[in-house]
Design a protein around this ligand. Structure first.
Ligand code: FES
Ligand code: FES
Length: 199
């Protein structure tokens, strides 16, 4: 693993899925190659290797990024989340569960990228970020309804050669609804606790 010191190599530590991974990398190594070839985290897929298909999507500090266009050295200090970090033990992430329940895949090659992207899409939407198809982009308008058009636009960076788009859109919609319900449950529990404390 250790590589002789060189002006083209650096010793870095990547923070991936909550774990620290020290490694020495050529400065030209992409995050995608570091994940797959150096760290054996092969859940992140290589499709085009030029930023066009989304198969290599990971989260950097919670935001979507295509790992094939990110240098590993530039990812040091960032919180990297890959598909391997989505589940909590045996408990799948709600987006993973929705893809499973609604057949949001066929061959599965694009699926890790689709899921990472969908996780961020749902958070971006909940935070009120507009998309290119949002009618009312005023901040006070709040999040637009997460229609199929909204989901298709927001997920448009992730291609699926099997054409499983119909099920993917349904899975994202299901996972977003699950997130909303769970946020409402948390809110109502907090309100009840506040009321009981005040009484
Ligand atoms: S492999 Fe990175 S976008 Fe296609
Ligand atoms: S499920 Fe095969 S490429 Fe998307």
């Amino acid at each position: 693993m250790a590589t002789a010191p060189s002006s083209t190599y650096s010793a870095i530590t990547l923070n991936i899925n909550g774990e620290k991974y020290p490694l020495s990398v050529d400065h030209r190594t992409t995050l995608l190659d570091a994940l797959r070839e150096r760290l054996d985290l092969t859940g992140t897929k290589k499709g085009c290797d030029q930023g066009q298909c989304g198969a290599c999507t990971v989260l950097l500090d919670g935001r979507r990024a295509v790992a094939c266009l990110q240098l590993a050295v530039a990812a040091e200090g960032r919180e990297i989340t890959t598909i391997e970090g989505m589940a909590e033990g045996e408990q799948l992430h709600p987006v993973q569960q929705a893809f499973l329940d609604l057949d949001g895949y066929q061959c599965g090659y694009c699926t890790p990228g689709q899921i990472c992207s969908a996780v961020a899409v749902i958070e971006e939407h909940a935070a009120g970020w507009p998309s290119a198809v949002t009618d009312d982009v005023r901040p006070e308008a709040g999040p637009p309804p997460l229609t199929a058009d909204e989901i298709r636009e927001r997920m448009s960076g992730n291609l699926c050669r099997c054409g499983a788009y119909v099920s993917i859109v349904q899975a994202v919609a299901r996972a977003a609804a699950t997130r909303t319900e769970s946020a409402q449950d948390t809110e109502s529990t907090e309100t009840t606790e506040t009321t009981e404390t005040a009484a």
